[in-house]
Design a protein around this ligand. Structure first.
Ligand code: PCD
Length: 782
């Protein structure tokens, strides 16, 4: 049997998912099940004077109505899970329902439970909330002003945290030959999975056990946090993430809504279902980004980079969400030097509360923002010193020989060869010819632009000691159990939790190669806290590098034991047994062999095992990685801007990613495609818009432009492979790289096109109107 790792095996899960045979949270129907809806604040900031619930209670289908006051003492506040140290973090309690004050449009004020899904919506409309309006503040800079309204009375200037990392010695910035400065706004965007959030809870009054199905990227974290919030033993609490229609970071967080559904089921003694609506999703689920990033890059006229100073002012929304504190600090601030060997770096982050929905991870979570600032400012530096952006990048890249390389912020990049993907991309582009074409077009008065992003990303979370030291409430190791049945078929359990990525397929590829059995003989169990030992879930592109590695180690253990049994049966010493392609054979004795299947049978029958050996063939492995993994690559966008309309035509998109050893090229390419759509989406089309009163005016898919397939040319995607030394697969993460890289590539292309006017930045998203206005102004028409 030839190896399957590295081949484009088609996704096992797709025949089920694409034929409507998936089982999502909303497919779960339980006897006697009730339906829940959350009444949400229509005001961004107000005191709750009174909540009139009588009419709703009188509705014939209504079983219960709860307000924040009713829950006091019964369900605790939902805590954050990332207590970034040394930043004077202020975490206001976030109760599952607001008690006396609402702080954003979408803040929950009442929970209605009824025996019918439509009736519960009707009943919710009967609830009237009397508000006393308070002034609201939406922008993070405005919220820090002296006269800004305070969201939480005891949190001065609405400042949630102030974090610093790295230092630049005195004189370095001041005496530098060249300093380039710019301020970038990485606007708020929405994760927008196809399936909104969902939760179904079933309490068993007899056993006191609670089961929660919820659309989560990390069911064990949900269990850990909600057990505390609900005051229930983890041993009596099962969390299952069934099929999930995407998460993109938005389903890492533990939300008040999930606590509410679990609470209601326990209170009433019946199953309760809650399915978020699309429009509700935009105000009540965590959003991403919303960071104002001020950068200063210092260096020499010859293009040598010397120091970078970055200030990030992050909008955290009204409360601190699960990973909210970590995104703009650790995730962002440790990678500000990117792929460049810049000796000095310093980052200062201020996190601010505002009257908006909380923000948290969104594909890349801090890394796209970090890549954005460095890749944008490097381009501006190149322009300032009159160098080609590619030349400047090559000059400053961390050199191939320098790995493992410690960056200025102290992270150790595991492996890399930054020129390799760049050169491959240049070849695909026919770069020199392309620049000539740009020149020709410019002469014709056309605005063509080429934008590069040569990124590196930290993922594969991560070494437990490090994540513990940076305040993350998690071990971030992974475990896997490989269980071999008497027939030789295999069930594998793993603590990561796929929600679209296709782990059933890619992880099966790993097992198939290890055990020499066909993929069809392997079944995976994920995302159920009762069957899978503790696990830390799927985010930070960690599943393959950590969970996949645990699977690989557990399979090794199975082979180790099977080999002993084979040696015993073949009556030879263990050293004389070889295992290849699913067959144990004796070195030098052709024909003397046992199939993996035979050993599976023997191990389970236990009629003739080596003395003292435990029966069965099953092994578990707990894998704690020693470092993160650092994928890298080059993304290039080629655009033409229409002078008359401001419209941007994305003509080519070329990317070469190095994610270490690729397990499944088809899947990996799909991951890159999706990631690029979300990154270019941020640059060109997407953006949350609030008015001054804190009303979200882009709260539907009619007002919020999600990228469509037809907005894109064929993405020209390729890979180079520089294995990671951190795990036995040599794999790095691929899930987020597309997003991390592409925002800057698209923006750099447009800014390059507009550079004929001296433009250095246009605020994202680059809507035709904005771009047209810039052109008009520069051409002196306004
Ligand atoms: N791979 C391969 N190779 C390599 C790597 C990888 O093949 N080297 C593949 C795997 O196995 C899978 C995938 O690919 O299947 C991915 O992976 P990764 O990178 O490891 O990652 P994960 O962990 O799995 O995942 C996660 C990610 C994230 S993070 C996100 S956002 C997103 C991504 O993932 N999300 C999603 N992608 C996706 N897809 C889909 N479909 N859906 C979704 O939701 Mo965060 O942190 O959460 O913000």
């Amino acid at each position: 049997m030839s190896k399957v790792v590295g081949t484009s095996v088609k996704r096992k899960e797709d025949s089920r998912l694409l034929t409507g045979n998936g089982r999502y949270s909303d497919d779960i129907v339980l006897p006697g099940m009730l339906h829940a809806t959350v009444v949400r604040s229509t005001s961004a900031h107000a005191k709750i004077k009174k909540i009139h619930v009588e009419e709703a209670l009188n509705h014939p289908n209504v079983v219960a109505v709860y307000t924040g006051k009713d829950l006091e003492g019964k369900v605790g506040p939902v805590p954050t899970s990332w207590y970034v140290p040394g930043c004077n973090l202020k975490e206001p309690p976030q109760y599952p329902l607001a008690i006396d004050r609402v702080r954003y449009v979408g803040d929950g004020v009442a929970l209605v439970i009824a025996d019918d899904r439509y009736a519960v919506k009707d009943a919710a409309e009967l609830i009237e909330v009397e508000y006393e309006e308070l002034p609201a503040v939406v922008g993070q800079k405005e919220a820090m002003k002296e006269d800004a309204p305070l969201l939480h009375d005891d949190i001065e200037n609405n400042i949630a945290l102030q974090w610093k990392a790295g230092e630049i010695p005195e004189g370095v910035m001041e005496n530098a030959e060249v300093v380039v400065k710019e301020s970038f706004y990485v606007q708020r965007v929405f994760p927008s999975p196809i399936e909104p959030r969902a939760a179904v809870a079933q309490y068993n009054p007899g056993s006191g056990e609670l089961t929660l199905w919820c659309s989560s990227q990390n069911p064990h974290i949900h269990r850990m946090v909600l057990a505390e919030v609900l005051g229930i033993s983890e041993a009596k609490f099962q969390v299952i993430a069934p099929d999930i229609g995407g998460g993109f970071g938005g389903k890492i967080g533990v939300y008040p809504d999930e606590a509410l559904v679990a609470f209601a089921s326990r209170e009433i003694g019946k199953p309760v279902k809650w399915i978020e609506e699309r429009s509700e999703h935009y105000t009540a689920a965590n959003a991403g980004r919303d960071e104002i990033i001020e950068v200063e890059l210092a260096g020499k006229k010859d293009g040598t980079l010397e120091a970078i100073h970055v200030k990030n002012t992050a909008n955290l929304g009204a409360y601190l969400s699960t990973m909210g504190a970590g995104v703009s600090t650790i995730d962002f601030g440790m990678m500000i030097t990117g792929t460049y060997d810049i000796p000095y770096a310093a980052c200062e982050t201020t996190g601010v509360y505002t009257n908006t929905t909380p923000t948290d991870a969104y594909r890349g979570a801090g890394k796209p923002e970090s890549t954005y600032q460095i890749e944008r400012i490097v381009d501006l530096f190149a322009r300032e010193v009159g160098m080609d952006p590619v030349e400047l990048r090559k000059k400053n890249f961390v050199k191939k020989e320098a790995f493992p390389y410690q960056n200025a912020q102290g992270l150790l990049y595991d492996s890399g060869d930054y020129e390799k993907p760049l050169n491959k991309a240049l070849e695909t582009l026919n770069y020199e010819e392309l620049r000539k074409e740009q020149e020709r077009k410019r002469k014709e008065g056309k605005l063509m632009g080429i934008g590069f992003s040569t990124y590196v990303e930290m993922c594969g979370f991560g070494p437990s000691e490090v994540v513990g030291a940076v305040g993350f409430q998690g071990g971030t190791w992974e475990n896997s159990t490989v269980r071999v049945h008497p027939s030789g078929k295999v069930t594998v359990f793993c603590g990561t939790s796929p929600h679209g990525q296709g782990h059933d397929t890619t992880f099966s590829q790993v097992v198939a190669d290890k055990l020499g059995i066909p993929i069809e003989d392997i079944e995976f169990v994920f995302s159920d806290t009762k069957s899978v030992s503790m696990g830390w879930g799927t985010y930070g592109s960690r599943s393959t590098a950590v969970g996949g590695a645990a699977v690989s180690f557990a399979a090794d253990r199975v082979v180790e034991k099977a080999k002993k049994i084979a040696a015993h049966e073949l009556e030879v010493a263990e050293e004389d047994v070889e295992f290849e392609n699913g067959t144990f054979s004796v070195k030098g004795v052709p024909g003397k062999e046992r199939a993996f299947k035979d050993i599976a049978h023997s191990a389970n029958m236990a009629w003739n095992l080596p003395e003292g050996m435990e029966p069965s063939l099953e092994a578990q492995y707990f894998f704690k990685p020693e470092n993160f993994v650092f994928p890298f690559g080059t993304h290039v966008a080629v655009v033409e801007v229409d002078k008359d309309t401001g419209e941007i035509d994305l003509q080519r998109y070329v990317c070469v990613d190095d994610v270490g050893t690729v397990i499944n090229p088809l899947t990996a390419e799909g991951q890159v495609h999706g990631g690029v759509a979300q990154g270019v989406g941020q640059a060109l089309w997407e953006g949350a818009v609030y008015n001054d009163n804190g009303q979200l005016v882009s709260g539907t898919l009619m007002d919020y432009t999600l990228p469509k397939a037809r907005f894109f040319p064929t993405i020209e995607s390729d890979f180079t492979e520089t294995p990671s030394p951190v795990n036995p697969l040599g794999a790095k993460g691929v899930g987020e790289v597309g997003t991390t890289a592409s925002i800057a590539a698209a923006m750099n292309a447009v800014v390059d096109a507009l550079s004929v006017y001296g433009v250095t930045d246009v605020e994202m998203p680059l809507t035709p109107e904005k771009v047209w206005k810039v052109i008009q102004e520069k051409e002196g028409n306004q």
